[in-house]
Design a protein. Structure first.
Length: 497
């Protein structure tokens, strides 16, 4: 019996897992090649285009910028300032205060001279109750609308409230802690204008703002993150955004438009039902549902991705928050694939159902599980003295070299096309980190991916959690001054009573 068990175990891991590993490596190479061609095509097409012509065009479509906020007192002031400073002829900024328990709303009221308004709010997507809407008494801030609502327990519920209030046919959904480049709207609206088919969503590259210098909501200097976790997340972001998502955009099978920066066709989003507030991966789930809706309508459409760094966001720099985030991401992926399982390998949904969803099922959701069982198999071989050390070392060296090659290629390609960093030393630091990522960072990512699957399969409740904002370099004095001003105003009001 034991001999048969060992035989079948060796059969699975020596053959099936070998072919699985070959397939996943070939898929990474394919995505890398597709990405390079797509980025080159984008750069060539846009080298002779003056995006600023849109600024004076009376035909530029209006855009609603939607940014939910929950306990964002540390950054809310200069983040709203950043959103209001975007270069575009026709846009509005909608901030949704999602039941904050800190001074978020008070800072907004004080800074932007907000007053309650009788705004026509039409609830096309059901959300938690909206308590009050505010507009500024200062014409300088006429683009700003603030919604104060009861906490919905997730960003999705707050985003849906913003969609309900949006005036324009296209909306940009972002996080209030994000710093957007001033030409973000100009860059991201282009696919909606230029494509021959209807564009239902578009995304762009997101980078990490930790250690960068920001003044009054404007990014002044890009730096490589100084701390351990943000540094390796920077590597991960560059690889995912510039390699993976650009390739999927090339074949019009993109599954994920990041919640930190995504532009959407409002009519299609509402028809699809808006964000799912019960989902742990609401951004992925929305795009999946929108694509499913368009396929069933048999309407030609596209989801596009822009290979430019238009958004900078603060990422977790401690293990607790990082773990909570990655656990939620994995559970969200599993949840999304399970909910929409009827689309997988279904020719009715075209290349999205036949290529994109199977890829995410086999090489994103199952990959951590298969990797973990492979580690257990190696341990079993060592304990039973059955391992071929020469073959094992060669195989591990090959896998390690391949992973480093993919990452370093992504970093260097990013530097060639975007030149984000101020010195070559910064780029070399990032490339050097790629050699340590498999040993230092990847085990952490693997552990929390397994944890996310555990939460999914067991049905154990997972809380959303909240990342404490530390603020950005160069802006901390501004934060302290704003919070102090609000506290002084509160004290005076209390004394009057």
């Amino acid at each position: 019996m034991e001999i048969h068990f060992q035989y079948y175990l060796h059969l699975i891991y020596d053959r099936l897992i070998f072919f699985y590993s070959v397939l996943i490596m070939l898929s990474y190479l394919t995505l890398l090649v597709l990405s390079i061609f797509e980025i080159k095509k984008y750069l060539k097409r846009n080298s002779y285009i003056d995006h600023k012509l849109l600024l004076s065009s009376p035909y530029a479509p209006g855009i609603s910028v939607i940014a939910p906020a929950y306990n964002e007192a540390a950054t809310i002031d200069y983040n709203v300032h950043s959103l209001l400073s975007l270069d575009y002829p026709c846009f509005e900024v909608i901030i949704i205060n999602d039941g904050s328990t800190d001074d978020t709303l008070e800072i907004l009221i004080d800074k932007y001279q907000l007053k309650p308004t009788a705004f026509a709010y039409y609830e096309q997507i059901i959300t938690q109750p909206v308590k009050q809407l505010f507009k500024s008494s200062n014409p300088v801030y006429s683009r700003l609308l603030v919604i104060d609502k009861e906490n919905g327990g997730s960003k999705a519920d707050a985003s849906n409230a913003g969609i309900n209030a949006a005036l324009y046919p296209i909306f940009l959904c972002t996080d209030v802690d994000c710093i957007l480049r001033r030409d973000t709207l100009l860059k991201m609206v282009k696919p909606f204008i230029e494509e021959k088919v209807k564009v239902i969503a578009a995304g762009a590259v997101i980078r990490i703002v930790n250690s960068c210098e920001v003044e009054s909501g404007v990014l002044t200097k890009v730096k490589i993150p100084a701390k351990f976790l943000p540094l390796f997340q920077e590597l991960e972001y560059v690889r995912a955004f510039l390699v993976g998502r650009m390739a999927w955009s090339k074949v019009n099978a993109l599954l994920l438009v990041s919640g930190g920066l995504g532009m959407f066709d409002k009519k299609t989003v509402i028809a699809a039902g808006g964000y799912d507030h019960a989902s742990f991966g609401e951004d992925m789930e929305l795009v999946t549902r929108m694509r499913g809706y368009m396929e069933r309508q048999k309407t030609p459409y596209a989801v596009r991705y822009i290979p430019e760094s238009l958004c900078w966001t603060e990422v977790p720099d401690n293990i607790r928050v990082f773990g909570s985030q990655r656990t939620r991401w994995t559970k969200g992926l599993a949840q999304n694939l399970w909910i929409h399982k009827k689309m997988i390998f279904n020719p009715r949904y075209g290349r999205f159902g036949m290529i994109a969803l199977p890829y995410w099922l086999l090489f994103e959701w199952f990959a951590p599980i298969i990797e973990f069982t492979g580690i257990l198999y190696y341990i079993y071989l060592i304990l039973t003295h059955s391992i071929n050390w020469d073959f094992a070392i060669i195989l591990l060296a090959f896998v390690y070299t391949f992973s480093v090659m993919i990452t370093v290629t992504a970093v260097l390609w990013d530097e060639i096309t975007q030149k984000q960093y101020t010195s070559k030393t910064e780029v070399m630091k990032l490339c050097t980190a790629a050699f340590f990522e498999p040993f230092l960072y990847h085990p952490l990512a693997l552990f929390f991916s397994l944890r996310g699957n555990y939460f999914f399969f067991t049905g154990k409740k997972l809380h959303w959690g909240n990342m404490i904002r530390t603020g950005f370099a160069g802006s901390k004095n501004l934060i302290k001054a704003t919070v102090s001003k609000v506290k002084i105003r509160r004290k005076k009001q209390h004394e009057k009573r």
